[in-house]
Write a protein that binds this ligand. Sequence first.
Ligand SMILES: C[S@@+](CC[C@H](N)C(=O)[O-])C[C@H]1O[C@@H](n2cnc3c(N)ncnc32)[C@H](O)[C@@H]1O
Length: 265
Amino acid sequence: MSGEWLALVESDGRAYLLQRGSGEVRVRGLGRFNVDDTLGDVVPGDSLVIGQKTLRVVNPGLPEARRAMKRRAQVILAKDAGYLISRMGISVGSTVLEGGHGSAGLAMHLASVIGGSGKLISVENRPEHATVGRENMETLREILPEFPEWHLLESDLTSCKEEVSALTDHLDAVILDLAEPWTVVSDISKLLRPGGRLGCYCPTSIQLEKSWEACESAGLYIEWAGEVIERRWSKASRGGVRPGNQPIGHTAFLLIAAEQLVDEE
Ligand SMILES: C[S@@+](CC[C@H](N)C(=O)[O-])C[C@H]1O[C@@H](n2cnc3c(N)ncnc32)[C@H](O)[C@@H]1O
């Protein structure tokens, strides 16, 4: 069916997204080939060979879109995106502001969770990052069964409160992933609905401390601060499973501030 998206997945999980009807393409990692001749009448579950690679054909979802996405700025990984989303209560129908948008790593997770009844406002001040982020989001729009009302403001978050207010009269959540989150906390937190939450993704402890102080000065309560450490296990060559050899990498400290403090269960 022309227009249909398929994911081709390597044995290590690397994925490539292809759309039927695209004709001749050049795909990094696979080379140049004709999509329609190569896909022929394969269906999800089949395998095919391109060059030296054997690839399994599957229907793409968020994991395949994430693996195949174009990257320019550093992206938020699933371990941090998932934690922020669930801890901040972001769900179907939520209205969320995120900035900076970068390559859309976080935005892709947000879009898949809030669904067609949600609203996502992304802000990015570097046009070259916005272009990559938009491309990743437009591909995701075609893949997901539903997609939120999405606005990408190519603006600076320090001065776009009015642009955001024109799009919504309330925000359920705000997530800041930019070098100086503390410069926007005061202004942007005024748009949070009662009980709404603001999250900051802070690669360094200085960013965490400054954001913490800015949140408190803005009258927010710090609900949770810390980091999520992921330790992957693998299969040992002589049997058994054990923690893998890959080092545990630091990504960022997360800060979650609430418009109103709620007691921990
Ligand atoms: C680390 S990247 C964001 C990555 C994104 N969250 C993801 O998961 O793919 C940070 C982005 O913030 C943007 N940025 C920095 N300061 C900004 C500001 N004041 N307003 C809007 N965007 C900003 C940068 O251009 C950059 O693209």
